[in-house]
Design a protein around this ligand. Structure first.
Ligand SMILES: C[S@@+](CC[C@H](N)C(=O)[O-])C[C@H]1O[C@@H](n2cnc3c(N)ncnc32)[C@H](O)[C@@H]1O
Length: 420
C-alpha cells in the first residue's frame, strides 16, 4: 500500500467510525405524519418532482432507486413516499443501517433493501438505477471522484442523480470552527457529551464578527450527531460552482439542473439591474452560475441533478427558441407558494418554500397572476397564449409570455415539461 493509499484508508476508517458512533441525522423513532400523509416530501423525491429529472417522459413511479449513504432515516422516508419504487439503500455505518431498517419496519415500509456497503462498491450490486440520491456523502470520501465514478457506473443511460455537496462560501464559518476544535483535540472519537455541549455553546455565542454568526440560521439547533458532523468531521471538502462542473466532467457526468436554479442565476439577483448585467448575459452558463454564487457568497449546500454525459441534452434542457417555447408545458413546483401581495396591491406574491434567500420572491400584477392561474401542468405555453387573446395580438401575447415563463423558470416556480 502506498503512503497515499494508507492515508486514504485512515481517513475512510475515521469517517466510518464517526458514523458508527453518531449515526446521522439521529435516532428518530418515527416518520412524521406530514410525510406519511403526503403534506411533506423529501427534497427531490421523483414521485413529486418527476419533471425535474425527466421532462420529456410520462410520469411513472416504479423506479429503481439507489440511496447512496442513506444514514439513519433517508431511505425509510423515501420508501414511505415512493411505495412503488424498488429502493436499495447502502451505507458504511452498520449502526445507521440498523436504525434505518427499524424505521422502515416500524412504518411497514417494505420496498427498501438495506445493505451495509460502501458506495465505492456499488458496481458489486449487479444492477443499475433510474435514480440515485446521495446527499451529504461524497464530500466525505477520501477521493470524491472515485465516488462519482462508482455511482455513474450504476446509473442508467437516461438516469438522474440528486446530489448534495457542501458549498464553500456558505460554510466559511464552519471551517474556522473545525480548525479551532481540531487544535483543541476535540475529535469524533473522543468527544464526550459535555464536549459536544461546549462545542455547540461556543458556536452559538460566536462573536458578531465571526462568519458563522451571519449564517447561524442555516445550521438550526443541531443534535449531537449534527454537531459532530458539522464541527468535528475528519473529512469534509466544500465545493464551488466551477469545481462541481470540473468534477462532473472528469467523472463522465454532466450538470443536468440545479435543484434551486435561483440560488445561482444572476437574473434572480440585484445584478439584473447593474450595468454589468449585459456582460454577464453574454457569458456561458457555467460562468453565469459562478458569478451568481460569488455574488451571493452564501450557498452552503449545493443540491443538483447530475446525469451521464452521454444522455442527450435535449432530454433535459428546455428549448426557448421561438417555435419550441410554445410547446413547453409549465407545471408549478410542489413547493410553490402564492399569497396575497403584502403591499395590498392586486395580484400575487410568489415564492418557493425552500429557497435560501428571502429576496427570491416576486410580486406579480393581475395579468401575470392570471397566467399563473392558467398553469396546470397540462396546458402548453401555446395553449395559455390561446386563453389570453383579449390581451392583444398573438405576437404581443407570445412575447409577453416568453419573458414571464423564463422568469418563472429562473425563479424555480415551475418545471418545464416538453414531451418528446
Ligand atoms: C451526513 S450523513 C448523510 C445521511 C443521509 N444521506 C442524509 O442526507 O440524511 C453521511 C452518511 O454517508 C455515509 N457514508 C460515508 N461514506 C460512505 C461510503 N463510502 N459509502 C456509503 N456510505 C457512506 C455515512 O455513514 C453517513 O451515514
Amino acid at each position: 500500500m502506498s503512503a497515499d493509499e494508507a492515508q486514504a484508508a485512515a481517513i475512510a476508517g475515521r469517517v466510518r467510525a464517526q458514523y458508527e458512533r453518531f449515526p446521522y441525522p439521529h435516532g428518530e423513532a418515527r416518520i412524521s405524519d406530514d410525510v406519511l400523509t403526503g403534506r411533506e416530501f423529501p427534497r427531490g423525491c421523483p414521485k413529486r418532482e418527476f419533471a425535474l429529472y425527466w421532462p420529456t417522459l410520462p410520469e411513472r413511479d416504479e423506479l429503481d432507486i439507489l440511496v447512496a449513504g442513506c444514514g439513519s432515516n433517508q431511505a425509510a422516508i423515501l420508501g414511505a413516499t415512493q411505495p412503488n419504487a424498488r429502493i436499495v439503500a447502502i451505507d458504511i455505518s452498520a449502526a445507521s443501517i440498523v436504525r434505518s431498517e427499524a424505521l422502515a419496519r416500524a412504518h411497514g415500509v417494505a420496498n427498501v433493501t438495506h445493505l451495509h456497503k460502501s458506495l465505492l462498491e456499488a458496481g458489486d450490486l449487479g444492477r443499475d438505477f433510474d435514480y440515485i440520491v446521495s446527499s451529504g456523502v461524497l464530500h466525505h470520501l477520501p477521493n470524491t471522484d472515485a465516488g462519482f465514478r462508482a455511482l455513474r457506473g450504476v446509473l442508467r443511460p437516461m438516469g438522474s442523480m440528486l446530489i448534495m455537496l457542501y458549498g464553500r462560501y456558505g460554510r466559511d464559518g464552519v471551517y474556522l470552527f473545525q480548525d479551532l476544535f481540531r487544535r483543541l483535540g476535540v475529535t469524533p472519537e473522543t468527544a464526550t457529551a459535555d464536549d459536544l455541549r461546549h462545542v455547540a455553546d461556543l458556536v452559538k455565542n460566536a462573536p458578531a464578527t465571526h462568519p458563522i454568526t451571519l449564517r447561524r440560521a442555516y445550521f438550526g439547533d443541531p443534535s449531537e450527531a449534527e454537531i459532530v458532523d458539522l464541527f468535528l468531521h475528519p473529512r469534509d471538502v466544500a465545493y464551488t460552482v466551477p469545481e462541481i462542473y470540473d468534477t462532473l466532467a472528469r467523472t463522465g457526468l454532466a450538470l443536468q439542473a440545479w435543484y434551486y436554479r435561483a440560488h445561482y442565476s444572476p437574473r434572480c439577483t440585484p445584478l439584473v439591474d447593474h450595468p454589468f448585467y449585459e456582460r454577464i448575459e453574454r457569458l456561458p452558463e457555467r460562468e453565469r452560475f459562478a458569478i451568481g454564487e460569488l455574488y451571493r457568497a452564501a450557498v452552503h449546500q449545493h443540491f443538483f441533478v447530475a446525469c451521464r454525459d452521454d444522455r442527450p441534452r435535449a432530454t433535459y434542457v428546455p428549448d426557448f427558441a421561438d417555435d419550441k417555447l410554445f410547446a413547453l408545458v409549465p407545471q408549478l413546483r410542489p413547493s410553490f407558494v402564492a399569497e396575497p401581495r403584502p403591499d395590498g396591491q392586486p395580484g400575487l406574491r410568489c415564492r418557493l418554500g425552500g429557497h435560501l434567500f428571502k429576496i427570491l420572491q416576486l410580486n406579480f400584477d393581475p395579468i401575470q397572476s392570471r397566467v399563473i392561474s392558467l398553469i396546470d401542468g397540462r396546458r402548453s405555453v401555446g395553449a395559455i397564449a390561446g386563453e389570453l387573446q383579449d390581451l392583444g395580438d398573438a405576437a404581443t401575447v407570445r412575447a409577453y409570455l416568453r419573458g414571464l415563463i423564463e422568469d418563472l423558470w429562473e425563479f424555480d416556480f415551475v418545471f418545464l415539461r416538453f414531451p418528446g
